[in-house]
Design a protein. Structure first.
Length: 281
């Protein structure tokens, strides 16, 4: 044995934040129509929080493939009462919106994160508004609205192209005066991405991590996960596979994972955390 060898003990990585999904919409791909009533939505969010969700992500507009857009006014009618109630209970809230007016209203109602699947491209006022708010901002990779996005999944190198486009979004945010410490990036799985392109992004998160920003992963129940399973599956049958994605995302250094089923993800991350601690003991 070489006595000059120095063993450096690796510091355990923190467990990713679990973001529980709460869609207050009639047409979301997985749970649309389930939580349109404010009291039922709040009750479900509280249950997700008890199960281990660190953040509740409230969405009032479906972004499933082919979905129709709703007005910002209708979106706000759906989400703001829920945001106010959850915030009053001390639950950290994110709002999933592409509209700058909803972002501002949500922040005023108590949301501390704006999760914009369009990365600011759907509303030219978004970056200006975000720069004026004390919120974290999740900027996703995006190329177009739900009706068109599947036609936009053309890449020379999906990982390199997504990295470059996210880098452009981040640079623009900083130019607008957004605190870089409040920026979180998201590769936008399923948005202008087809099947294997999503797995390529997940398999090379290190290239996105090299941008120097926390990474959010939203793979829950999406079609590319469902493609691994039987054709007759229920949406909830995608949850175990989603939990595995969450654990592997943690291994790759993800800041957070956005999921429908909190319990299975919490269990998967508990296993990953124990493994991580064992590897660094």
């Amino acid at each position: 044995m070489n006595n000059d060898m120095v063993l450096v003990r690796r510091v355990p990585r923190p467990r990713p934040r679990i973001m529980g999904i709460l869609n207050v919409t009639p047409d979301s791909f997985s749970d649309g129509g389930s939580w349109q009533n404010v009291d039922e939505a709040v009750e479900h969010a509280v249950e997700l929080h008890k199960q281990g969700a660190d953040i509740i992500d409230v969405g009032g507009e479906s972004t499933r493939p082919g979905a129709d857009r709703v007005s910002p006014e209708e979106e706000q009618q759906r989400v703001l009462p829920v945001v106010r109630e959850l915030s009053s209970r001390g639950i950290r809230v994110s709002v999933d919106t592409m509209n700058s007016t909803t972002a501002r209203a949500a922040a005023e109602a108590g949301a501390s994160i704006i999760n914009d699947v369009s990365g600011g491209l759907a509303d030219e006022e978004m970056y200006r508004v975000i720069s004026s708010l004390e919120v974290d901002y999740i900027v996703s990779h995006w190329r177009g609205h739900s009706k068109d996005m599947n036609d936009l999944a053309r890449y020379n190198d999906v990982v390199g192209d997504v990295r470059t486009e996210l880098q452009q979004r981040v640079a623009e945010l900083i130019i607008w005066g957004v605190d870089e410490n409040r920026i979180i990036i998201d590769p936008g799985l399923g948005f202008a991405k087809q099947g294997q392109q999503n797995w390529q992004l997940l398999g090379r998160l290190d290239r996105l991590e090299s941008l120097g920003f926390p990474i959010m992963i939203g793979a829950s129940r999406k079609g590319f996960v469902g493609e691994l399973l039987s054709d007759e599956q229920e949406m909830t049958e995608r949850d175990p596979a989603t939990a595995v994605v969450s654990a592997l995302a943690a291994q790759s250094g993800a800041w957070g994972v956005r999921v429908h089923d909190v319990e299975s993800t919490k269990a998967a991350l508990a296993v990953w955390s124990a493994w991580e601690k064992g590897a660094t003991a």
